[in-house]
Ligand binder design. Structure first.
Ligand code: SF4
Length: 147
């Protein structure tokens, strides 16, 4: 983590600098999973199918720095995206802070332990399949806010 301000995660998202913004991610991996959008209703279903670059055992990107070279449509979260999309999970640190809520106590910035997201059952580590092996997404529907 680069230089960050004390308790920066309590500041409004718009005040975070680049290093603080990056450090806010809890590493759950949920935004790296495919979703299915109903064309008529706009409803979004989650799946347990991950981007090919996600390490399915750790829920970490295998090449975060160069990910765009392998996955050109990988989306870099911005404040505008966080405030406008419905697909970020309820546990997502960016979503919580954009709604004015505090981080959960399992977040590594509070617990001091990157693995607490796994112990809390929030991480997708070991619970997903890569898009290279999965087959049809419709066979892999999961409501992550319910599991
Ligand atoms: S869902 Fe939010 S907290 Fe989880 S990995 Fe994605 S950006 Fe980070």
């Amino acid at each position: 983590m680069g230089a960050v301000r004390d308790k920066f995660w309590e500041l409004p998202l718009a005040q975070l600098d680049r290093a603080e913004w990056e450090a806010l991610c809890d590493g759950c991996g949920k935004c790296c999973l495919h979703k299915i959008e109903d064309e008529e209703t706009g409803a979004i279903d989650g799946t347990n199918v991950s981007c090919k670059l996600l390490d399915t055992q750790t829920a970490q990107c295998k090449d975060y720095r160069n990910r765009k070279a392998f996955v050109p449509d990988c989306m870099r979260l911005t404040l505008r995206i966080v405030e406008s999309v419905a697909w970020l999970p309820g546990s997502c640190a960016y979503r919580l802070r954009s709604e004015g809520k505090p981080l959960e106590d399992w977040h590594y910035l509070l617990s001091g332990d990157r693995d607490s997201v796994v112990r809390a059952g929030i991480s997708v580590a070991g619970r997903v399949i890569s898009e290279t092996d999965a087959g049809p997404l419709e066979h892999h529907l999961v409501d992550w806010d319910d599991v």
